[in-house]
Design a protein around this ligand. Structure first.
Ligand code: C2E
Ligand code: MG
Ligand code: MG
Ligand code: MG
Length: 287
């Protein structure tokens, strides 16, 4: 009926909006409590060197199993946080939790392990990130070189000079910057020219078509060579099939990540996973 009755469709639309707004508000209240009570969690997905199968880094991925609302996806958590003024609090929590956990793994003997942390564009814009990161690294006792910050290029925020300054401040600290979901943004080349990034992550949509679509394969090949000539290290995301991994190896892609290689691991299981996988990966190449 709504299709033919404009008044009814407006009502349905508005009540849908109300529901969404209500959920967002409830989630914001619950999220703030969850951050304060340390009820969020991080999962860690390993990033491997494709040549010898060794572990390069862990990407920290936000997880929230709310008592009241169930499992909430990281993208929804980020959206709620940004909409309700919790982005900085959340970012602080993610940064300091991940750094503390990495420090723990370093102490257990995995000193070369790095950590990748996703940072939302809003946080970069504020201009406080470099000093926040510096303070956390000092407090926790980690070298800046063990931290890789991932930013997505899919935003117009990158057109401002201040975000470029903020990135330079971070690079000066010794932190690395990766451009996440590369290839899906709208002006990749101007970003590569302006932003002081030193890593690229090829979006999983390219990887999933790699062995079935020649154009996708050609593009991945071109991205890898482009990165090479700009002295950037490349990671392919979303590797699910052995033939995708093999093709990426052939194309000379340095690093890889995906369900085929390892799923995200809950923080409490990482130490176990490391004892089972580190020796294997680091003494006997799996190629
Ligand atoms: P992302 O940074 O591009 O992370 C990769 C996403 O792909 C993760 O989803 C990961 O679980 C998933 N993934 C990994 N391997 C595979 C695979 O082989 N196949 C498929 N289909 N997916 C794979 P997740 O954990 O749901 O995170 C989604 C997005 O949420 C992330 O995309 C990132 O943009 C954002 N995010 C997650 N944690 C944080 C955080 O702490 N802060 C911020 N600002 N954003 C975060
Ligand atoms: Mg990422
Ligand atoms: Mg990505
Ligand atoms: Mg993504």
């Amino acid at each position: 009926y709504a299709k033919h009755n404009p008044r009814l469709s407006v009502q349905l639309f508005e009540s849908g909006m109300d529901e969404r707004r209500l959920r967002s508000q409830k989630l914001a209240v619950a999220l703030q409590l969850a951050i304060e009570n340390d009820e969020l969690d991080l999962a860690y997905q390993p990033i491997f060197c494709l040549k010898d199968g060794s572990i390069e880094s862990f990407e920290a991925l936000l997880r929230w199993n709310s008592q009241e609302h169930g499992q909430i996806s990281p993208l929804e958590i980020i959206a709620v946080a940004e909409h309700h003024g919790l982005a900085h609090l959340l970012n602080q929590w993610v940064l300091s939790s991940a750094c503390q956990q990495l420090r723990g793994w370093h102490r257990q003997g995995y000193e070369f392990l790095k950590i990748n942390i996703n940072i939302s564009p809003e946080i970069f814009m504020s201009g406080e990130l470099a000093s926040t990161v510096k303070a956390i690294l000092q407090r926790v006792g980690l070298p800046p070189s063990s931290l890789v910050l991932e930013i997505t290029e899919d935003t117009s925020l990158w057109d401002t000079a201040s975000s470029v300054d903020n990135l330079h401040a971070l690079r000066q600290l010794g932190v690395e910057i990766a451009l996440d979901d590369f290839g899906t943004g709208y002006s990749s080349f101007s970003h590569l020219r302006q932003l002081p990034v030193n890593k690229l992550k090829i979006d999983k949509s390219f990887v999933s078509d790699l062995t079935t679509d020649q154009r996708a394969a050609d593009l991945v090949d071109a991205i890898i060579r482009l990165a090479d000539s700009l002295d950037m290290a490349v990671t392919a995301e979303g590797i699910e099939l052995p033939e995708q991994r093999d093709r990426l190896q052939q194309l000379g892609c340095a690093h890889g990540q995906g369900y085929l290689l390892a799923r995200p691991i809950l923080s409490c299981q990482v130490a176990d996973w490391l004892t089972k996988n580190w020796q294997v990966r680091h003494s006997a190449p799996t190629g």
